[in-house]
Design a binder for this molecule. Structure first.
Ligand code: KG4
Ligand code: ZN
Length: 342
């Protein structure tokens, strides 16, 4: 039996997770503690890197203590440490990597520097078990929007598409600002959209022309289009129908994400789609993905929202897959890479 400690600090969430790797390769979740600095960034409308780094430093040890308490474990029970070494904010990543090195060195256990994006995919194994090979993953959050072909979580992951400008969550956050909803914009837009008409305004679907990249995304034009539409209304002294704008914007995002994901899975012969990242909590995205996957004969897997947003458990889970696959640990010279590719 092996206990893996996972540490996540790539953005504004300090995450500490503990998992148990069983002899059969099954990974069991023991603790998943997260401290978020999101409220400290709210008045800026986005994550402020310096504020995030300081918050990680303050939260790291208390979050660690809580995780061990919840799991009923002691530090000396840990057999390996996994930590996000990229992609993410440089200063934020450094806090987690420094902490992980200190724990690994003092405990005399192996250290695994892991990729945050692969961690998001690994999160689903905590809820739904091992992934079939190959699996298509759609990662949608404030920092990333990607389609990944996952042959093996322990190393064979290929990017087949990504956003060429804003991430989907970033578009939610920016549009929320335009229509006067709070940060982060995903949850309030999702809520307002329930009351609005998704067909009220025909916002553009980015990169869906016949000559556009088949599996890439673009959300910057959509965001600008929403801003122009709202500005025109305000200029004319008309009230902005917030619920309709939210619903129409949300429909454009969910439409493009699900259409491209289902198309990629079908074209490339993958029969399972995993959606993860903060935006995977979106009600319309989940609904449309379920409809379109069912129609195309694709199995849809979406972990619960808590596992979709940044957390340490997904990093511990990925560490467990690396241990199980016999992957060589990182050295204590491990560094961070803010632009680490998958
Ligand atoms: O994965 P996450 O917690 O952090 C990273 O960005 O890595 O994702 C946060 C993003 C934010 O942009 C937030 O607005 C978005 O996920 N989000 C949502 C919903 N809940 C959170 N977007 C759409 N619908 C939601 N229900
Ligand atoms: Zn993330």
């Amino acid at each position: 039996m092996t206990i893996i400690l996972g540490i996540e600090s790539s953005c504004d969430e300090t995450g500490v997770g503990l998992v148990r790797l069983g002899p059969d390769g099954a990974v069991e979740l023991l603790a998943d503690e997260v401290a978020s600095s999101v409220e400290q960034h709210a008045r800026f409308g986005g994550v402020v890197p310096e504020v995030a780094s300081r918050a990680h430093l303050e939260a790291m040890v208390p979050t660690m203590r809580r995780a061990f308490e919840v799991a009923g474990l002691r530090l000396s029970d840990v057999d390996a440490v996994a930590v996000t070494c990229g992609p993410g904010l440089a200063g934020a990543l450094l806090v987690g990597v420094s902490a992980a090195k200190a724990y690994a060195l003092s405990l005399g256990v192996p250290l695994y520097g892991v990729n945050h994006l692969a961690g998001h995919v690994a999160a689903d194994t905590l809820e739904h078990g091992a992934l079939p090979s190959p699996t298509l993953a759609l990662l949608v959050s404030g920092g990333h929007s990607q389609l990944l072909r996952v042959d093996n979580l322990a190393g064979e992951i290929t990017e087949i598409g990504s956003t060429i400008d804003d991430a989907a969550g970033e578009a939610y956050d920016k549009v929320a600002r335009v229509i006067g909803l709070p940060y982060p914009g995903g949850p309030p837009i999702d809520k307002a959209a329930q009351r609005g008409n998704p067909a009220a305004i025909p916002f553009p679907r980015g990169l869906t022309g016949p000559r556009d990249a088949k599996y890439d995304f673009s959300f910057s034009g959509l965001k600008t289009s929403v801003a122009r539409w709202v500005e025109a209304r305000e200029r004319d002294g008309e009230e902005v129908p917030v619920d309709d704008v939210a619903a129409s914007f949300q429909e454009a995002v969910a439409d493009v994400l699900t259409a491209k994901a289902v198309r990629a899975a079908t074209d490339l012969g993958m029969s399972t789609l995993v959606i993860s990242g903060g935006v995977a909590a979106n009600s319309r995205l989940k609904q449309l993905a379920a409809e379109r996957c069912a129609a195309a004969g694709i199995t849809l897997r979406v972990p619960r929202p808590r596992l979709c947003t940044d957390n340490g458990a997904m990093i511990a889970a990925l560490g467990a897959h690396l241990v199980a696959a016999g992957v060589k640990p990182s050295s204590l010279d491990l560094t961070t890479d803010p632009a680490l590719p998958v």
